[in-house]
Design a protein around this ligand. Structure first.
Ligand SMILES: Cc1cc2nc3c(=O)[nH]c(=O)nc-3n(C[C@H](O)[C@H](O)[C@H](O)COP(=O)(O)O)c2cc1C
Length: 309
C-alpha cells in the first residue's frame, strides 16, 4: 500500500495545498470526499474562524482532513491548541520550523508534515519526528524557495527515511508520474484546485488562472527576502518596479498589504495578489474536485500502470 495513504488513511496520496484565503471547508471537504486529503488553511486567521471552518468541514465530510498551520501567524499558539482540542488527524506547516509544537502534537497522535524548501530542513524535520515532509519547488504558487521540484525531490528522497510528498508544478497525471519517478510517495497540489467548482475564490481569480500563459506566474519580493509567486498584473508589476528602484522593504510590503484578500474576495484584477504556480497555464477548465482528482489518477495510471496511487 502507498505509504502516504497508509499514514493518512486516505484513498489517493494527493494532498490539497493549504492556501490562505482559498482553502476553506468547502474546498477541503470536496477534496477529502474525493479520496485525497483536504486541508483548511490557517493563514493569519484567528482561532474562532478556523474553528468554524472545521465545524463546517465535519458537516460536509466524514473523511479525514487536516489543517495547514502558517507558523508566522500571530495566532499560531491558539491554532495549535484548537487542533489538539478538535483532534485533527494531521497538520502541515509552512513558513518556518514547527519544533516548539511537535511534542504536544505527537503526544495526542496528530501527524505532522512540514513543508520544506531544502535538504537541511527536511533532515531537521525528520530528526524532530515529522511523519513525512512536503518538498516544495520554486515552481509553486505562493511563498517559495529557490530549488525546483525536479532537483529537490530526489535529493530529499535520498536524504531522509520518512515519506516525501512533492509539491510545485503538478496539475495532472504526468506531473504525478514524474515526481513518483523521482522517488516521491505523494503529491501536494495547490493551483489546480483554485479552478475547481468547490473553491470559493472570486470568479475573476479562476479566470486569471485560466487565461494565464507559461511565463505569467512571476516572482515578487526577491529583494525583500519574501519571494512570492503570483500572476502578472498591475500590482505585481508595480511591486517589481519598486524593487528595481530600490524602495524600502517597508514601502514594498505596504503596497502588498491585504492583496491576497483583495484577489480572493473582491476579485480586483489590478490590485489583488493572484498567487499561482508556473503550471497555471496548463489549467483549462473549472470542474468538481472529484473529477480533477479522478482524471489525474487515471492519466497517471495510463502512463505508469504499476504506480502506487
Ligand atoms: C493562493 C495560494 C496560497 C497559498 N497559501 C499557502 C499557505 O497559507 N500555507 C502554505 O503552507 N502554503 C501555501 N501555498 C502553497 C500551496 O500549499 C502548495 O504547496 C503549492 O500551491 C503547490 O504548488 P502548485 O501551486 O504548483 O500546485 C499557497 C499557494 C497558493 C497558490
Amino acid at each position: 500500500m502507498n505509504k502516504i495513504c497508509e499514514l493518512l488513511n486516505i484513498k489517493y496520496p494527493i494532498v490539497q495545498g493549504g492556501m490562505a484565503w482559498v482553502a476553506d471547508a468547502s474546498l477541503a471537504s470536496a477534496v477529502s470526499n474525493a479520496g485525497a486529503l483536504g486541508l483548511i488553511a490557517g493563514g493569519n486567521a484567528p482561532k474562532e474562524i478556523i474553528k468554524e471552518e472545521i465545524r463546517k468541514c465535519r458537516e460536509l465530510t466524514d473523511k479525514p482532513f487536516g489543517v495547514n498551520v502558517m507558523l508566522l501567524s500571530p495566532f499560531v499558539d491558539d491554532i495549535i491548541d484548537l487542533i489538539i482540542e478538535e483532534k485533527i488527524p494531521v497538520i502541515t506547516t509552512g513558513a518556518g520550523n514547527p519544533a516548539k509544537y511537535v511534542d504536544r502534537l505527537k503526544e495526542v497522535g496528530i501527524k505532522i508534515i512540514p513543508v520544506v524548501p531544502s535538504i537541511a530542513l527536511a533532515r531537521r524535520m525528520e530528526k524532530l519526528g515529522a511523519d513525512a515532509v512536503i518538498v516544495e519547488g520554486t515552481e509553486a504558487g505562493g511563498h517559495i524557495g529557490e530549488l525546483t521540484t525536479m532537483v529537490l525531490t530526489p535529493q530529499v528522497v535520498d536524504a531522509v527515511n520518512i515519506p516525501v510528498i512533492a509539491a510545485g508544478g503538478i496539475a495532472d497525471g504526468r506531473g504525478i508520474v514524474a515526481t513518483f519517478a523521482l522517488g516521491a510517495s505523494g503529491v501536494q497540489i495547490g493551483t489546480r484546485f483554485i479552478c475547481s467548482d468547490e473553491c470559493n475564490v472570486h470568479e475573476n481569480y479562476k479566470n486569471m488562472v485560466l487565461k494565464s500563459k507559461d511565463r505569467d506566474a512571476i516572482v515578487t519580493g526577491r529583494t525583500t527576502g519574501h519571494p512570492v509567486r503570483t500572476l502578472k498584473n498591475k500590482l505585481s508589476k508595480e511591486i517589481l518596479n519598486m524593487e528595481k528602484e530600490g524602495q524600502s522593504t517597508e514601502e514594498i510590503d505596504k503596497r502588498g498589504i491585504g492583496s491576497l484578500r483583495i484577489a480572493t474576495i473582491e476579485g480586483d484584477v489590478n490590485n489583488g495578489s493572484f498567487m499561482a504556480g508556473q503550471i497555471a497555464s496548463i489549467i483549462k477548465d473549472v470542474k468538481p474536485c472529484k473529477e480533477i482528482i479522478e482524471e489525474m489518477v487515471s492519466q497517471a495510471k495510463n502512463i505508469m500502470p504499476n504506480i502506487q496511487l
